[in-house]
Design a protein. Sequence first.
Length: 584
Amino acid sequence: MRVPVGEDAHRWRTFPGERTLVVAARTLTSTIRILEVLPALLRGDARITVVFAHDPGSAFSDGSMDLLHDSGCRVMPWEQLSYVEPDLILSASEHIDLPAGHCPVLVLPHGVGFQKYVPDSRASRERLSGVVPDELLEAGRAWLAVSHPEQERQLTAAHPKTAGRTLLVGDPCLDELLVSEDRRKDYRDALGIQDNQRLVMVSSTWGPTSLIARNPELPARLLGQLPWDTHRVGLILHPNVWSAHGAWHIRTLQAAALDAGLLLMPPVHDWRPALVAADAVIGDHGSVTLYGAALGRPTALAAHGSEAVPGTASADLARIAPRLDPAGGLLAQVDGLMRDHAGRRHDPYADVVARAFEPPGTALARLREAVYDLLRLPLPATEAPRPRALTTPADPATPVTSWIVGTRLDADAATETETETTPPGLLTIDVSRFPSSVGRERPETEHSFWHRAVKPAEERDRRLSENASVLLGSAPAPDLAAARHWARDTLARWPGSLLAANGVSSGVCLVSLRDGSAVEVSSTGAPAPGTAPGTGTDPALAASAVYACLRTGIPPYGIEAALRLDGAAADGREIRLRLRPAVP
């Protein structure tokens, strides 16, 4: 590299700079963290020349160089660092192999620091995560940023050579999570989470005792037991998992869950607003689990590795957080977790969080002060940086195109035409939908039935379309005649199906039977969850009502149906549908 640093860089650079800051990027995780905080620290200051140096020595370096280039960073070869005289080296990776020199080195934690033991790449032993090599401490060059005075005490007790080498700055990541809480609805909308749905976020660190190592099937099992209409499931994996194993392997491992609509959050940036959007967190001894507890989310542990450091906030959280049994009934456990948390008068994790993080809001300002002090520069006249709301995430979910659907008619409503609480012709039908890739049919009874509903134009697995009882249209038809035409052709193409349902631009839904008859279904109340206002009746729910009537022997004409998703919608709302014969 000849510019902005190099032997004759002064001949070519535009911004001369009074100080040179070298960012040592080693792992994908540490590179992400530096890029999250650095722009706010140096905003608008031409006195500082910044250049990135990539240390390729880590097992988790894959992806870090791509991220630097995608971010527009100038990256010099690691070997050139020996010939550069920076005023400060900044990194979020403690195990960097720095050449000899005298400039200070400031190391930021790339999570909630000093919480676990990790393999030492220089020896066949473990070391405390976040601690730099002894030679940097002994030389008086290294400074370790910490988020709470308790961390300073824990760190000194575990590694005495760090005494006097820490800087208390707080946690910039937590500050941004907290300041983004008022945009939670925006994040949920961007991720496709409906108002009556609960987002369960699964979080896993890396390594053999992590949640994803011990229970790789947990996301799929959650999606197979938490009804689609009332729950969504997301997954946040430590960047080391992405870097070590690659996106292809992760997506292959989670293929069934991805087909079921899993929100697999990318390792760069978008995991943070997704965590804000969550209603509950299921995690392990990783930092994201602790961040979820700090946000006040109901938190349970599905794993907790032995490499967690005793006496740290992560260990304290493990002591009080409930455990999720991955092999048990997940719906009852998840809903019970949220119900118990809502019933508490005080946040059960407040004491743990208070011992892990300084009062929030000032971490960026403190960190800027530390950087400028180490650079021996006066602070700029600009206002101190404050945490900003996180950007809106992209929706990573694959559209679901096939469901296993359970319907159950209320026994009294199915046998009586009128009761004190049920008007004439009103059927109460419970509907539970699960994506086919993870769902399974349950035993049927006299009033409860299971069927498969598929969008044949979008479903790639032909076997699912061939075995579907209900076929669903992918786009509303312009009118009833077009809907009848689509249904006739679709039922002819898939002779094993019983019903074909498609929306109509007028807002009704036409459910066509194989005998040529048809039912016109319209909504009489609020739109169904997952259906935007004004877009009409959800064909899948309309078809479920007609299917339940037919299986029970009730003619699906001239009646109203009260659909309860998963027994009752999360907000207690019923979806009212009116069924009547469609005029030819």
